[in-house]
Design a protein around this ligand. Sequence first.
Ligand code: ATP
Ligand code: MG
Length: 438
Amino acid sequence: MGEKIPPVKGTRDVLPTDTYLKKDDPWVRTGHLQLIEQAARDIFPLYGYREARTPILERTALFARGIGDATDIVSKEMYTFEDRDGTQVTMRPEGTASLVRAYVEHAVQQQGGETKWWYAGPMFRHERQQRGRYRQFTQIGVEALGSTGPRIDAEQIEMLDRWLRFLAVPFEMHVNTLGDARCRPAYRTALQEYLRANADRLCEDCKKRTETNPIRVLDCKNPRCQEVAAGAPRMESYLCDECKAHFDGLRESLTRLGVAHLVDPKLVRGLDYYTRTTYEAIATSGLGSQSTVAGGGRYDGLVRELGGGDVAGIGFAAGVERLALLVAQAGREKEERPVVFLAPLGAAEEARADVLAKHLREAGIAAEVSFRGSNAANQLKRANALGARFALVVGELELSSGRAKLKELRTGEQHEVDLARLPDEVKRLAQNTPPSAA
Ligand code: ATP
Ligand code: MG
Protein backbone atom coordinates (compact mmCIF):
# COMPACT_ATOMS: atom_id res chain seq x y z
CA MET A 1 0.00 0.00 0.00
CA GLY A 2 1.32 3.46 -0.88
CA GLU A 3 1.95 6.10 1.73
CA LYS A 4 -0.65 8.78 2.31
CA ILE A 5 0.20 12.07 0.58
CA PRO A 6 -0.61 15.08 2.77
CA PRO A 7 -2.02 18.29 1.30
CA VAL A 8 0.22 21.34 0.82
CA LYS A 9 0.45 23.49 3.97
CA GLY A 10 -2.02 26.35 4.03
CA THR A 11 -4.45 24.68 1.63
CA ARG A 12 -7.71 23.08 2.64
CA ASP A 13 -10.43 20.79 1.43
CA VAL A 14 -14.06 21.79 1.61
CA LEU A 15 -16.37 18.80 1.62
CA PRO A 16 -20.13 18.50 1.19
CA THR A 17 -20.74 17.21 4.73
CA ASP A 18 -19.03 17.41 8.09
CA THR A 19 -19.93 13.91 9.28
CA TYR A 20 -16.30 12.89 9.62
CA LEU A 21 -15.05 16.11 11.15
CA LYS A 22 -14.77 17.43 14.65
CA LYS A 23 -17.85 19.24 15.87
CA ASP A 24 -16.39 21.95 18.11
CA ASP A 25 -15.04 24.13 15.31
CA PRO A 26 -17.71 25.12 12.80
CA TRP A 27 -16.60 23.35 9.66
CA VAL A 28 -17.10 25.06 6.37
CA ARG A 29 -18.97 22.99 3.81
CA THR A 30 -19.49 23.52 0.12
CA GLY A 31 -23.05 24.65 0.90
CA HIS A 32 -21.73 27.65 2.82
CA LEU A 33 -19.48 28.68 -0.07
CA GLN A 34 -22.34 28.28 -2.52
CA LEU A 35 -24.61 30.47 -0.43
CA ILE A 36 -21.96 33.23 -0.36
CA GLU A 37 -21.23 33.00 -4.09
CA GLN A 38 -24.85 32.76 -5.12
CA ALA A 39 -25.73 35.84 -3.10
CA ALA A 40 -22.95 37.75 -4.88
CA ARG A 41 -24.19 36.48 -8.26
CA ASP A 42 -27.69 37.65 -7.39
CA ILE A 43 -26.88 40.99 -5.76
CA PHE A 44 -23.93 42.45 -7.71
CA PRO A 45 -25.72 42.58 -11.11
CA LEU A 46 -28.47 44.66 -9.49
CA TYR A 47 -25.79 47.36 -9.28
CA GLY A 48 -24.51 46.79 -12.82
CA TYR A 49 -21.50 44.62 -11.96
CA ARG A 50 -20.80 41.81 -14.42
CA GLU A 51 -18.49 38.84 -14.00
CA ALA A 52 -14.95 38.84 -15.38
CA ARG A 53 -12.54 35.89 -15.24
CA THR A 54 -8.81 36.43 -15.50
CA PRO A 55 -5.96 33.89 -15.33
CA ILE A 56 -4.42 32.61 -12.12
CA LEU A 57 -0.95 32.94 -13.64
CA GLU A 58 0.30 36.42 -14.44
CA ARG A 59 3.67 37.95 -15.15
CA THR A 60 5.44 38.80 -11.90
CA ALA A 61 5.96 42.38 -13.10
CA LEU A 62 2.20 42.99 -12.96
CA PHE A 63 2.13 42.64 -9.18
CA ALA A 64 5.56 44.14 -8.54
CA ARG A 65 4.41 47.29 -10.32
CA GLY A 66 0.70 47.18 -9.53
CA ILE A 67 0.80 46.32 -5.83
CA GLY A 68 4.21 47.79 -5.05
CA ASP A 69 7.60 46.28 -4.16
CA ALA A 70 7.47 47.51 -0.57
CA THR A 71 4.26 45.68 0.33
CA ASP A 72 4.23 42.47 2.35
CA ILE A 73 2.55 40.69 -0.54
CA VAL A 74 5.24 41.44 -3.10
CA SER A 75 8.24 41.40 -0.78
CA LYS A 76 7.55 38.06 0.88
CA GLU A 77 4.25 36.36 0.09
CA MET A 78 4.15 35.66 -3.65
CA TYR A 79 4.33 32.25 -5.30
CA THR A 80 6.72 33.12 -8.07
CA PHE A 81 8.62 30.83 -10.41
CA GLU A 82 10.32 30.77 -13.73
CA ASP A 83 8.20 29.25 -16.47
CA ARG A 84 9.81 26.75 -18.85
CA ASP A 85 10.45 29.51 -21.37
CA GLY A 86 12.19 31.69 -18.79
CA THR A 87 9.26 34.07 -18.10
CA GLN A 88 8.89 35.09 -14.44
CA VAL A 89 5.32 34.22 -13.46
CA THR A 90 3.34 34.52 -10.23
CA MET A 91 0.19 32.82 -9.02
CA ARG A 92 -2.03 35.83 -8.41
CA PRO A 93 -2.10 37.06 -4.79
CA GLU A 94 -5.11 39.32 -5.46
CA GLY A 95 -7.47 40.27 -8.26
CA THR A 96 -7.34 44.01 -8.83
CA ALA A 97 -4.04 44.15 -10.73
CA SER A 98 -5.26 41.38 -13.07
CA LEU A 99 -8.61 43.03 -13.76
CA VAL A 100 -6.95 46.35 -14.46
CA ARG A 101 -4.47 44.57 -16.76
CA ALA A 102 -7.41 43.08 -18.67
CA TYR A 103 -9.12 46.48 -18.78
CA VAL A 104 -6.02 48.03 -20.34
CA GLU A 105 -5.28 45.03 -22.59
CA HIS A 106 -8.73 45.10 -24.20
CA ALA A 107 -8.95 48.91 -24.39
CA VAL A 108 -12.21 48.81 -22.45
CA GLN A 109 -11.81 52.49 -21.68
CA GLN A 110 -12.74 53.27 -25.29
CA GLN A 111 -16.27 52.01 -24.66
CA GLY A 112 -16.72 55.04 -22.42
CA GLY A 113 -18.74 55.31 -19.24
CA GLU A 114 -18.24 53.23 -16.16
CA THR A 115 -17.04 49.67 -16.24
CA LYS A 116 -18.19 47.53 -13.34
CA TRP A 117 -16.79 44.05 -12.97
CA TRP A 118 -16.85 41.39 -10.29
CA TYR A 119 -14.76 38.25 -9.93
CA ALA A 120 -14.40 35.18 -7.74
CA GLY A 121 -11.53 32.77 -7.47
CA PRO A 122 -8.50 31.42 -5.64
CA MET A 123 -5.63 33.67 -4.56
CA PHE A 124 -2.20 32.56 -3.32
CA ARG A 125 -0.01 34.09 -0.62
CA HIS A 126 2.78 32.42 1.28
CA GLU A 127 1.66 33.47 4.77
CA ARG A 128 1.83 31.92 8.20
CA GLN A 129 -1.14 29.59 8.43
CA GLN A 130 -3.73 30.49 11.08
CA ARG A 131 -7.46 30.28 11.49
CA GLY A 132 -8.88 32.48 8.72
CA ARG A 133 -5.45 32.81 7.04
CA TYR A 134 -4.43 30.32 4.39
CA ARG A 135 -1.96 30.08 1.53
CA GLN A 136 -4.67 29.34 -0.99
CA PHE A 137 -7.83 31.27 -0.27
CA THR A 138 -10.79 32.59 -2.22
CA GLN A 139 -11.75 36.16 -2.88
CA ILE A 140 -14.91 37.61 -4.31
CA GLY A 141 -14.27 41.16 -5.38
CA VAL A 142 -15.50 44.01 -7.54
CA GLU A 143 -13.94 46.89 -9.45
CA ALA A 144 -15.65 50.03 -10.75
CA LEU A 145 -13.55 51.89 -13.29
CA GLY A 146 -14.14 55.25 -14.90
CA SER A 147 -15.67 57.37 -12.18
CA THR A 148 -13.96 59.61 -9.64
CA GLY A 149 -16.72 59.36 -7.05
CA PRO A 150 -17.66 59.83 -4.27
CA ARG A 151 -21.19 58.70 -5.16
CA ILE A 152 -19.93 55.54 -6.83
CA ASP A 153 -17.80 54.84 -3.72
CA ALA A 154 -20.93 55.01 -1.59
CA GLU A 155 -22.91 52.85 -4.03
CA GLN A 156 -20.22 50.17 -3.86
CA ILE A 157 -20.01 50.27 -0.07
CA GLU A 158 -23.79 49.98 0.13
CA MET A 159 -23.62 46.92 -2.13
CA LEU A 160 -21.05 45.26 0.15
CA ASP A 161 -23.21 46.17 3.12
CA ARG A 162 -26.26 44.58 1.50
CA TRP A 163 -24.41 41.38 0.61
CA LEU A 164 -23.00 40.93 4.13
CA ARG A 165 -26.36 41.63 5.71
CA PHE A 166 -28.02 39.08 3.45
CA LEU A 167 -25.46 36.56 4.72
CA ALA A 168 -26.35 37.57 8.28
CA VAL A 169 -22.73 38.00 9.36
CA PRO A 170 -22.05 40.38 12.26
CA PHE A 171 -19.90 43.27 11.01
CA GLU A 172 -19.11 46.96 11.15
CA MET A 173 -18.24 49.11 8.14
CA HIS A 174 -15.13 51.23 8.69
CA VAL A 175 -14.20 54.04 6.30
CA ASN A 176 -11.22 56.35 5.97
CA THR A 177 -9.38 58.48 3.44
CA LEU A 178 -5.73 58.27 2.50
CA GLY A 179 -5.53 61.53 0.60
CA ASP A 180 -3.95 61.62 -2.84
CA ALA A 181 -0.66 62.33 -4.60
CA ARG A 182 -1.05 65.98 -3.70
CA CYS A 183 -1.57 65.81 0.05
CA ARG A 184 -0.27 62.40 1.09
CA PRO A 185 3.47 63.09 0.65
CA ALA A 186 3.44 65.79 3.35
CA TYR A 187 1.55 63.45 5.64
CA ARG A 188 3.91 60.60 4.88
CA THR A 189 6.88 62.77 5.83
CA ALA A 190 5.28 63.93 9.07
CA LEU A 191 4.36 60.34 9.95
CA GLN A 192 7.84 59.12 9.12
CA GLU A 193 9.43 61.73 11.38
CA TYR A 194 7.12 60.74 14.23
CA LEU A 195 7.83 57.04 13.72
CA ARG A 196 11.58 57.57 13.60
CA ALA A 197 11.37 59.44 16.89
CA ASN A 198 9.50 56.46 18.37
CA ALA A 199 11.50 53.71 16.65
CA ASP A 200 12.57 52.08 19.95
CA ARG A 201 8.93 51.16 20.65
CA LEU A 202 8.30 49.60 17.21
CA CYS A 203 8.58 45.94 16.18
CA GLU A 204 11.38 44.96 13.76
CA ASP A 205 8.98 44.91 10.78
CA CYS A 206 7.70 48.37 11.58
CA LYS A 207 11.21 49.77 11.92
CA LYS A 208 11.69 48.71 8.31
CA ARG A 209 8.22 49.91 7.29
CA THR A 210 9.04 53.35 8.70
CA GLU A 211 11.46 53.75 5.80
CA THR A 212 9.68 51.78 3.07
CA ASN A 213 5.93 52.05 3.75
CA PRO A 214 5.35 54.14 6.91
CA ILE A 215 1.56 54.29 6.55
CA ARG A 216 1.43 50.51 6.92
CA VAL A 217 2.76 50.84 10.50
CA LEU A 218 -0.64 52.21 11.46
CA ASP A 219 -2.28 48.83 10.98
CA CYS A 220 0.40 46.61 12.49
CA LYS A 221 -1.25 44.08 14.83
CA ASN A 222 1.53 44.32 17.47
CA PRO A 223 0.10 46.01 20.63
CA ARG A 224 3.20 48.19 21.18
CA CYS A 225 3.07 49.42 17.59
CA GLN A 226 -0.63 50.13 18.05
CA GLU A 227 0.22 52.35 21.04
CA VAL A 228 2.66 54.28 18.89
CA ALA A 229 0.07 54.47 16.09
CA ALA A 230 -2.53 55.89 18.48
CA GLY A 231 -0.38 58.98 19.01
CA ALA A 232 0.63 59.40 15.36
CA PRO A 233 -0.29 62.43 13.25
CA ARG A 234 -3.56 61.91 11.37
CA MET A 235 -4.18 62.10 7.63
CA GLU A 236 -7.28 64.14 8.34
CA SER A 237 -5.33 67.26 9.25
CA TYR A 238 -3.23 67.03 6.07
CA LEU A 239 -6.04 66.54 3.52
CA CYS A 240 -6.15 68.93 0.58
CA ASP A 241 -9.49 70.62 -0.16
CA GLU A 242 -10.43 68.19 -2.95
CA CYS A 243 -9.73 65.12 -0.82
CA LYS A 244 -11.61 66.61 2.08
CA ALA A 245 -14.63 67.35 -0.16
CA HIS A 246 -14.48 63.78 -1.49
CA PHE A 247 -14.52 62.31 2.00
CA ASP A 248 -17.34 64.58 3.17
CA GLY A 249 -19.31 63.67 0.03
CA LEU A 250 -18.77 59.97 0.70
CA ARG A 251 -20.05 60.24 4.23
CA GLU A 252 -23.12 62.22 3.13
CA SER A 253 -23.94 59.66 0.43
CA LEU A 254 -23.52 56.78 2.87
CA THR A 255 -25.86 58.44 5.31
CA ARG A 256 -28.39 59.09 2.55
CA LEU A 257 -28.25 55.41 1.54
CA GLY A 258 -28.63 54.32 5.15
CA VAL A 259 -25.25 52.64 5.50
CA ALA A 260 -24.07 52.65 9.10
CA HIS A 261 -20.33 53.33 9.19
CA LEU A 262 -17.47 54.39 11.46
CA VAL A 263 -14.61 56.69 10.56
CA ASP A 264 -11.42 54.83 11.38
CA PRO A 265 -8.24 56.91 10.93
CA LYS A 266 -6.04 53.82 11.31
CA LEU A 267 -7.61 52.07 8.34
CA VAL A 268 -4.84 52.28 5.77
CA ARG A 269 -4.84 49.03 3.75
CA GLY A 270 -1.65 47.32 2.68
CA LEU A 271 -1.37 48.02 -1.01
CA ASP A 272 0.46 50.96 -2.56
CA TYR A 273 -2.16 51.85 -5.12
CA TYR A 274 -4.85 53.21 -2.81
CA THR A 275 -5.88 56.89 -2.89
CA ARG A 276 -8.65 58.67 -1.01
CA THR A 277 -11.43 56.29 0.07
CA THR A 278 -10.53 53.12 1.94
CA TYR A 279 -13.00 50.87 3.71
CA GLU A 280 -13.21 47.57 5.51
CA ALA A 281 -15.99 45.36 6.77
CA ILE A 282 -14.81 44.00 10.10
CA ALA A 283 -16.50 41.12 11.86
CA THR A 284 -17.63 42.06 15.35
CA SER A 285 -17.45 38.47 16.60
CA GLY A 286 -16.60 34.96 15.53
CA LEU A 287 -13.25 35.41 13.78
CA GLY A 288 -10.71 36.27 16.48
CA SER A 289 -7.81 38.34 15.22
CA GLN A 290 -8.37 37.67 11.48
CA SER A 291 -11.51 39.75 11.61
CA THR A 292 -11.43 41.74 8.36
CA VAL A 293 -13.84 40.06 5.98
CA ALA A 294 -13.59 42.57 3.15
CA GLY A 295 -11.36 45.48 2.30
CA GLY A 296 -11.57 48.02 -0.43
CA GLY A 297 -10.49 51.37 -1.66
CA ARG A 298 -9.99 53.81 -4.46
CA TYR A 299 -6.98 53.48 -6.76
CA ASP A 300 -7.02 56.45 -9.07
CA GLY A 301 -3.41 56.01 -10.25
CA LEU A 302 -3.39 52.28 -10.96
CA VAL A 303 -4.70 52.18 -14.53
CA ARG A 304 -2.05 54.67 -15.60
CA GLU A 305 0.63 52.79 -13.66
CA LEU A 306 -0.29 49.66 -15.64
CA GLY A 307 -0.06 51.33 -19.02
CA GLY A 308 -3.63 52.59 -19.47
CA GLY A 309 -5.14 56.06 -19.47
CA ASP A 310 -6.14 58.35 -16.67
CA VAL A 311 -8.98 56.24 -15.32
CA ALA A 312 -10.14 56.33 -11.73
CA GLY A 313 -11.20 53.15 -9.99
CA ILE A 314 -12.50 51.71 -6.76
CA GLY A 315 -12.98 48.13 -5.63
CA PHE A 316 -13.15 45.71 -2.76
CA ALA A 317 -12.19 42.10 -2.14
CA ALA A 318 -13.82 39.83 0.40
CA GLY A 319 -12.26 36.73 1.93
CA VAL A 320 -14.68 33.91 1.25
CA GLU A 321 -13.22 31.49 3.83
CA ARG A 322 -13.60 34.06 6.61
CA LEU A 323 -17.15 34.77 5.48
CA ALA A 324 -17.84 31.05 5.39
CA LEU A 325 -16.67 30.60 8.99
CA LEU A 326 -19.21 33.24 10.00
CA VAL A 327 -21.95 31.75 7.86
CA ALA A 328 -21.22 28.31 9.36
CA GLN A 329 -21.50 29.77 12.87
CA ALA A 330 -24.82 31.34 11.95
CA GLY A 331 -25.91 27.85 10.85
CA ARG A 332 -26.90 29.04 7.40
CA GLU A 333 -26.35 26.88 4.37
CA LYS A 334 -27.77 26.50 0.92
CA GLU A 335 -30.36 23.73 1.05
CA GLU A 336 -29.51 20.99 -1.37
CA ARG A 337 -31.73 18.08 -0.66
CA PRO A 338 -32.47 15.14 -2.88
CA VAL A 339 -36.18 15.52 -3.42
CA VAL A 340 -37.14 11.90 -3.99
CA PHE A 341 -35.46 8.82 -2.56
CA LEU A 342 -36.32 5.59 -4.37
CA ALA A 343 -36.11 2.41 -2.29
CA PRO A 344 -36.40 -0.73 -4.45
CA LEU A 345 -36.83 -4.04 -2.61
CA GLY A 346 -35.53 -6.58 -5.21
CA ALA A 347 -33.70 -6.93 -8.51
CA ALA A 348 -36.69 -6.28 -10.80
CA GLU A 349 -37.69 -3.33 -8.62
CA GLU A 350 -34.15 -1.92 -8.82
CA ALA A 351 -34.34 -2.00 -12.61
CA ARG A 352 -37.63 -0.09 -12.51
CA ALA A 353 -36.36 2.39 -9.89
CA ASP A 354 -33.33 3.27 -12.02
CA VAL A 355 -35.64 4.23 -14.89
CA LEU A 356 -38.04 6.13 -12.61
CA ALA A 357 -35.07 8.12 -11.24
CA LYS A 358 -34.03 8.98 -14.79
CA HIS A 359 -37.54 10.26 -15.58
CA LEU A 360 -37.58 12.39 -12.43
CA ARG A 361 -34.21 13.95 -13.26
CA GLU A 362 -35.32 14.63 -16.82
CA ALA A 363 -38.15 16.63 -15.29
CA GLY A 364 -35.66 18.60 -13.17
CA ILE A 365 -36.45 16.76 -9.93
CA ALA A 366 -33.50 15.56 -7.87
CA ALA A 367 -33.69 11.82 -7.23
CA GLU A 368 -31.52 9.34 -5.38
CA VAL A 369 -31.93 5.67 -5.92
CA SER A 370 -30.69 3.16 -3.36
CA PHE A 371 -27.88 0.87 -4.49
CA ARG A 372 -27.99 -1.27 -1.36
CA GLY A 373 -30.58 -4.01 -1.42
CA SER A 374 -31.95 -3.96 2.11
CA ASN A 375 -35.35 -3.85 3.75
CA ALA A 376 -37.72 -0.91 3.51
CA ALA A 377 -37.05 0.33 7.08
CA ASN A 378 -33.29 0.59 6.56
CA GLN A 379 -33.74 2.33 3.25
CA LEU A 380 -36.09 4.87 4.78
CA LYS A 381 -33.49 5.55 7.46
CA ARG A 382 -31.01 6.33 4.72
CA ALA A 383 -33.53 8.61 2.99
CA ASN A 384 -33.93 10.52 6.26
CA ALA A 385 -30.18 10.80 6.76
CA LEU A 386 -29.88 12.27 3.26
CA GLY A 387 -32.54 14.83 4.06
CA ALA A 388 -34.80 13.66 1.26
CA ARG A 389 -38.25 15.17 1.15
CA PHE A 390 -40.10 12.17 -0.30
CA ALA A 391 -39.39 8.44 -0.26
CA LEU A 392 -40.92 5.89 -2.55
CA VAL A 393 -40.73 2.20 -1.70
CA VAL A 394 -40.90 0.02 -4.82
CA GLY A 395 -41.87 -3.59 -4.05
CA GLU A 396 -43.54 -6.44 -5.91
CA LEU A 397 -47.02 -4.99 -5.44
CA GLU A 398 -46.03 -1.55 -6.73
CA LEU A 399 -44.34 -3.12 -9.73
CA SER A 400 -47.42 -5.12 -10.73
CA SER A 401 -50.05 -2.44 -9.99
CA GLY A 402 -48.08 0.54 -11.34
CA ARG A 403 -49.13 2.48 -8.25
CA ALA A 404 -47.07 3.33 -5.15
CA LYS A 405 -47.10 5.38 -1.94
CA LEU A 406 -45.01 8.52 -1.98
CA LYS A 407 -44.12 9.23 1.64
CA GLU A 408 -43.50 12.76 2.86
CA LEU A 409 -40.68 12.13 5.31
CA ARG A 410 -41.12 15.14 7.52
CA THR A 411 -44.81 14.56 8.22
CA GLY A 412 -45.16 10.84 7.51
CA GLU A 413 -48.05 11.63 5.17
CA GLN A 414 -48.57 9.14 2.31
CA HIS A 415 -49.81 9.98 -1.17
CA GLU A 416 -50.82 7.31 -3.66
CA VAL A 417 -49.27 8.01 -7.04
CA ASP A 418 -49.30 6.58 -10.56
CA LEU A 419 -45.74 5.46 -11.38
CA ALA A 420 -46.22 6.14 -15.09
CA ARG A 421 -46.81 9.80 -14.24
CA LEU A 422 -44.38 10.06 -11.33
CA PRO A 423 -42.66 13.36 -12.24
CA ASP A 424 -46.02 15.14 -12.58
CA GLU A 425 -47.32 13.66 -9.36
CA VAL A 426 -44.19 14.78 -7.45
CA LYS A 427 -44.41 18.28 -8.88
CA ARG A 428 -48.07 18.54 -7.91
CA LEU A 429 -47.41 17.35 -4.34
CA ALA A 430 -44.31 19.48 -3.91
CA GLN A 431 -46.39 22.54 -4.75
CA ASN A 432 -49.27 21.64 -2.44
CA THR A 433 -47.21 21.22 0.68
CA PRO A 434 -44.05 23.29 0.60
CA PRO A 435 -41.39 22.05 3.03
CA SER A 436 -40.91 24.35 5.99
CA ALA A 437 -37.13 24.70 5.62
CA ALA A 438 -36.93 25.80 1.99
P1 ATP B 1 -4.89 41.06 6.36
O1 ATP B 1 -4.62 42.37 7.03
O2 ATP B 1 -5.90 40.22 7.08
O3 ATP B 1 -3.66 40.33 5.98
P2 ATP B 1 -4.97 42.08 3.70
O4 ATP B 1 -4.93 43.54 3.80
O5 ATP B 1 -3.75 41.33 3.35
O6 ATP B 1 -5.64 41.46 5.02
P3 ATP B 1 -6.53 42.11 1.30
O7 ATP B 1 -5.36 41.93 0.43
O8 ATP B 1 -7.20 43.41 1.35
O9 ATP B 1 -6.17 41.64 2.75
O10 ATP B 1 -7.61 41.00 0.98
C1 ATP B 1 -9.01 41.22 1.18
C2 ATP B 1 -9.59 40.13 2.05
O11 ATP B 1 -9.14 38.84 1.64
C3 ATP B 1 -9.16 40.20 3.51
O12 ATP B 1 -9.95 41.12 4.19
C4 ATP B 1 -9.40 38.79 3.97
O13 ATP B 1 -10.77 38.59 4.27
C5 ATP B 1 -9.03 37.99 2.77
N1 ATP B 1 -7.68 37.46 2.90
C6 ATP B 1 -6.50 38.09 2.68
N2 ATP B 1 -5.46 37.27 2.87
C7 ATP B 1 -6.00 36.06 3.25
C8 ATP B 1 -5.45 34.79 3.58
N3 ATP B 1 -4.14 34.56 3.57
N4 ATP B 1 -6.29 33.79 3.90
C9 ATP B 1 -7.63 33.99 3.91
N5 ATP B 1 -8.21 35.16 3.59
C10 ATP B 1 -7.41 36.19 3.26
MG1 MG C 1 -2.29 40.30 4.41
